[in-house]
Design a protein around this ligand. Structure first.
Ligand SMILES: [Zn+2]
Length: 69
């Protein structure tokens, strides 16, 4: 009867070890998350695509509206 229990215990211990290892390898729980890439966002706001609708709301393409002003 004890044989089955031994097997279960071994399996259980192995699971616990795996969990400890996973917790150790989990990156950056104590570190702060990286800030968002502000540069990319700013670039998008400053320069819309030339063929995109103009951000001023005229409905024209940006290259035919505020880009040439
Ligand atoms: Zn415009």
């Amino acid at each position: 009867m004890a044989k089955g229990e031994d097997k279960f215990d071994q399996h259980y211990e192995r699971q616990q070890e795996d969990r400890k290892r996973a917790a150790k390898n989990r990156p950056g729980e104590d570190e702060e998350p990286l800030p968002p890439p502000v540069d990319t966002i700013r670039k998008d706001n400053d320069e819309p695509g030339r063929n995109d609708p103009c951000p001023c709301g005229s409905g024209k393409k940006y290259k035919q509206c505020c880009l040439i002003k």
